[in-house]
Write a protein that binds this ligand. Structure first.
Ligand code: GAL
Length: 411
């Protein structure tokens, strides 16, 4: 009996040693540091560690605007991580063209990604010269207004169902010392607010023509002038919102210090961590309750090439794990985003995710600015709107004129 037990123990130890020996540490960089984001990324780590490898977390605080330059300089500087987050679109374009990223085409074909990923534009954003260089992990739409129901009820007004009702209610909120519109100061947040207002009030076509076709004439037109007027009203409603990070602004809504926030559906992760229920504690209005569209923004993971077969093997393993049905559901439910695969069961999705899924199913989708415009041009747009939202002396007309010149010279 003892002899048999010793044999089993020896075998197990050998197995552990073998699997530990085969385990590869893989450093994964990303900018998911808020409560909801951390809960979601932990699902990736858990699934990857279950393969016998080790997820070495390389979270970088400060959101993408801070993280991406650090990530890019490490890769171009010869100190690559094992895997890294970028947004869907053109952010890693130059790194791929420089031959610095691992080609995932074989596992993508083996996994039939082109059949299961929807919309296929997500995979197109990973494809350069017919080869696939990233695994898309979610669909995040920026086109949302999040509202704290009790703030409006306590102010004696109905919870708004669209932008006009929201702006009409803002006076009542300000009277009771509540900031109508929470907004963080990171530059991308002000651009996000502007392009969501543009898409809602001028329409999804106008947004795509301006950000995608760089239509400066349309950007200079009367319809866009109305959007800049609405952005000036948003600036007024955001007065007193002195927080930096997007999730701090979401917390203002969650805690009733603010009535609403224009933010991507990653905000959902924060409501979940705060145990708030969609439809009861908070309301989500896709397209500001005016133009219900889903933006196919979000995240994809890239794998810098390294000269080590074990690491390459672990990189491919992680890419497969991120696309697996179970991981897609576990991650996206916590992240507040929609899965990239259409063949998964989202019975546990809440009201807001259901709204998103319905809009996606109807095909009312637009591409994200990261998919439509180069990172350099978007940085100029960010600089303009962070200036506009922080300088009440900048008129809507002046801001529109500057926007027209940026759009006219964008690529
Ligand atoms: C975006 C990213 C989201 C979200 C957000 C805020 O770039 O796609 O997943 O986390 O940043 O950090």
């Amino acid at each position: 009996m003892m002899k048999a037990l010793r044999a089993v123990f020896a075998a197990t130890t050998a197995l552990c040693a073998a699997s530990a020996a085969n385990a590869t540490d893989l450093e994964v960089t990303h900018w998911w540091t808020s409560g909801g984001e951390a809960a979601a990324v932990a699902e990736f780590a858990k699934a990857f560690n279950a393969t016998g490898n080790n997820w070495v977390d390389g979270a970088i605080a400060g959101s993408g605007g801070t993280a991406r330059p650090i990530i890019i300089s490490r890769i171009t500087g010869g100190d690559p991580m094992g895997a890294t987050q970028f947004n869907h679109g053109r952010q890693a374009e130059e790194l791929v063209e420089a031959g610095l990223m691992l080609d995932l085409t074989d596992i993508a074909e083996e996994g039939k990604w082109r059949d299961i990923v929807r919309p296929t534009s997500l995979l197109d954003s990973c494809t350069v010269d017919g080869r696939i260089y990233c695994v898309p992990v979610n669909i995040h739409s920026q086109q949302w207004l999040w509202l704290n129901n009790s703030v409006f009820e306590n102010a004696g007004v109905a919870v708004p169902t669209n932008w006009d009702e929201f702006t009409a209610a803002s006076g009542k909120l300000q009277e009771s010392g509540i900031v109508p519109l929470a907004m963080g100061q990171q530059p991308w947040q002000t651009t996000l607010a502007f392009q969501v207002i543009l898409t809602a009030l001028a329409g999804p076509e106008a947004y795509t023509k301006i950000f995608g076709d760089q239509d400066a004439e349309l950007a200079a037109g009367p319809e866009t002038a109305k959007v800049f007027e609405a952005a000036a009203a948003a600036r007024e409603m955001a007065k007193g919102s002195n927080v930096q990070n997007w999730n701090d602004a979401t917390t203002m809504v969650i805690t009733g210090k603010a009535g609403g926030q224009i933010m991507g559906d990653w905000a959902q992760g924060e409501f979940q961590v705060a145990d708030q229920v969609a439809g009861e504690d908070y309301t989500c209005l896709p397209g500001l309750g005016v133009n219900e569209v889903i933006m196919t923004g979000g995240d994809a993971f890239y794998f810098p090439k390294v000269d080590d077969p074990e690491t390459t093997k672990a990189q491919l393993e992680l890419a497969k794990v991120m696309m697996s049905p179970e991981t897609q559901v576990a991650f996206n439910l916590k992240k507040g985003s929609l899965p990239v695969r259409g063949d998964v069961d989202l019975a546990a999705a809440n009201d807001c995710m259901r709204k998103g899924l319905d809009i996606l199913a109807k095909g009312n989708i637009i591409q994200s600015p990261d998919q439509l415009m180069s990172a350099d041009s978007l940085t100029q747009v960010n600089d303009l709107f962070v200036e506009f939202f922080n300088n009440p002396d900048m008129s809507a007309e002046d801001a529109q004129a500057l926007f027209v010149s940026i759009v006219g010279n964008a690529d």
